[in-house]
Design a protein around this ligand. Structure first.
Ligand code: 5GP
Length: 169
């Protein structure tokens, strides 16, 4: 009798542990909000293409919002059952075309890039943000972080910046 109880108890504990593992594999410690400078992307890839929705402005664009772990690793592709659905973000599309353009070739309407970012990174933050919330949060962060303004404060005359002779060293 006693051993029956202990087997039952062990099974229950195993079930709890597996649930804990499933929920922890979805979890993360913090977000990186990543922006890209168009010229750097073009240099790194040695080519780039304007999206067919128009030439991106000369500003940083959103690269992605990435859930990360404190040890430097990150989760990816966490939920194959929650694929990108444009209908869920229809009110954000105009803002996304402007602030989250894809520079990859061949030219595209950016959808593939957003799909990739949601499915690889966004699905791992479902505990905090749904699909609309994920893109909306990234757009809001872009509105709050004016990198061009911050860089102009370091180098107001806009000339090239030499780290060796910089007074900031
Ligand atoms: P990530 O590193 O964000 O997981 O992957 C970026 C992926 O999105 C790459 O595989 C790349 O092919 C695709 N992609 C499409 N457009 C862009 C772009 O403008 N910038 C970057 N970095 N990747 C892009």
């Amino acid at each position: 009798m006693e051993s029956k109880y202990s087997i039952l108890l062990s099974l229950l504990m195993l079930q709890c542990l597996s649930l804990l593992c499933v929920s922890q594999s979805q979890d993360f410690d913090f977000f990186y909000f990543v922006q890209q400078w168009p010229g750097s992307y073009c240099d790194t890839k040695q080519s780039c293409c304007y999206p067919n929705t128009g030439k991106p402005s000369a500003d940083f664009g959103i690269r992605g919002l990435w859930p990360n772990y404190k040890d430097g690793s990150y989760p990816s592709n966490c939920d194959p059952n929650n694929s990108f659905n444009q209908a869920k973000i229809s009110n954000l599309i105009n803002d996304m075309q402007k602030n989250w353009p894809s520079l990859a070739c061949p030219s595209s309407n950016n959808i593939q890039f957003w799909r990739h970012e949601w499915e690889k990174h966004g699905t791992c933050s479902e505990s905090a943000l749904n699909q609309h919330g994920y893109f909306d949060t990234a757009l809001n962060l872009k509105g709050k972080t004016n990198l061009l303004k911050a860089l102009k404060r370091i180098n107001p005359d806009g000339n090239s910046y030499n780290l060796q002779t910089s007074k900031l060293q």
